[in-house]
Ligand binder design. Structure first.
Ligand code: NAP
Length: 338
């Protein structure tokens, strides 16, 4: 009798331990999902049918750009993937064409080379007579040393700002003949740090700091958006320009960091939990693509699919926006700007 009771109590305490274990595991699982959902942030609130729309995505072969392209293709758009590396570009095209055959096309574009940008614009205009949306997404971050582009710009401001500035201006004739066109500039929350030194934009006379240079290029993205919209409004042009912060996203952007190949695999589990997935990182760009044109807040900065106040009031002034525009026109050697 006693032996039976003992066996029974051992069994019941064992099953109690098991259920506590499962209960604990379920709580941890729910907690992880909640954290991940919170980290991933806002989601696109609606989708438009993008059939008959032509959309250029710079840097569309990886990270946020690639996830953006996947959604655009799913929703019917013709996507032009504008990137510098042909092999990586063609690999991405293969994946996109699996989602929808003939949905996308690779065109070579190196934003750190003004000649390449001019060639790209000519090629695009020889093939297409409309451009519904230009997504200036490509970017580089925290290049360790001061490297100059072919045209003599510090590489981060050269690629992230001057390259997109020239591209947008060269495509403007085709944009303005497309009703309700959109320009989406992918900036960053990094704009709140530091400032932009318009007296020495290429760090020729001031010590180079890699994060300072990245911040300056992301401030430039916002100043460019604001000035662009001011010009559209003044000339009554039926287009809207927006900029955004995509969130802190698990992409290859940090690949220039020292020891990246060693450190990243070690930190990957943490990154998986605490950084946005590339798909989540594309949501704010996609919100600006899919939102009704009349509801888009032109010239504004979006975060997590909503308009958000910018930081850095010292750097983001009308005077700086005008100065940067005029300086950019001269430095990229434009005869005529928007
Ligand atoms: N990830 C984040 O946490 C984060 C946060 C805030 C803002 N952002 C911004 O989000 C944008 C997309 O970055 P990501 O995170 O998706 O990084 P990513 O995976 O490294 O993608 C960057 C893309 O830009 C392209 N690119 C770089 N230099 C180029 C050049 N000279 N000409 C043409 N294309 C060039 C890259 O092409 P290759 O494949 O040839 O390198 C790649 O396709 C960037 O503007 C970045 O500043 C990212």
């Amino acid at each position: 009798m006693n032996q039976e009771t003992d066996t029974h109590s051992i069994e019941s305490s064992h099953s109690c331990c098991c259920s506590m274990y499962y209960y604990g595991a379920a709580v941890v699982f729910i907690l992880l999902i909640t954290v991940k959902n919170w980290v991933n942030g806002g989601k696109v609130s609606k989708r438009r049918d993008l059939s008959n729309e032509v959309i250029i995505v710079t840097g569309g072969n990886s990270g946020i750009g690639f996830e953006t392209c996947k959604d655009l293709v799913r929703n019917g758009a013709k996507v032009i993937l504008a990137t510098r590396n042909e092999q990586r570009g063609q690999n991405a095209i293969k994946e996109l064409n699996k989602i929808r055959p003939n949905s996308s096309e690779f065109m070579k574009l190196d934003l750190s080379d003004l000649t390449s940008i001019r060639l790209f614009a000519n090629e695009f205009k020889s093939k297409y007579n409309k451009l519904n949306c230009l997504i200036n997404n490509a970017g580089i971050m925290a290049i360790s040393t001061r490297v100059l582009t072919k045209d003599g710009f510090e590489s981060q401001i050269g690629t992230n700002h001057f390259g997109h500035f020239l591209l947008t201006n060269l495509l403007f004739d085709v944009l303005k003949q497309t009703p309700q066109f959109r320009i989406i500039n992918v900036s960053s929350r990094a704009h709140i740090r530091n400032t932009i030194n318009l007296d020495d934009i290429n760090f020729s006379n001031t010590p180079y700091q890699k994060f300072y240079a990245y911040s300056a290029s992301k401030i430039a993205n916002i100043l460019f958006t604001q000035e662009l919209q001011k010009k559209f409004d003044a000339k009554k042009i039926n287009g809207k320009a927006m900029c955004l912060h995509p969130g802190v996203v698990r992409t290859e952007l940090a690949s220039h960091f020292p020891y990246y190949n060693i450190v990243y695999p070690i930190l990957y589990p943490i990154a998986l939990l605490l950084l946005k997935s590339p798909e989540a990182g594309a949501q704010t760009t996609l919100q600006c693509v899919h939102e009704d044109f009349s509801k888009l807040e032109s010239g504004k900065y979006y975060v997590d699919c909503k308009v958000h106040p910018t930081g850095n009031k010292t750097a983001l002034t009308t005077q700086n926006a005008e100065r940067l525009w005029d300086m950019s026109v001269k430095l990229v050697k434009l005869d005529q700007s928007i």
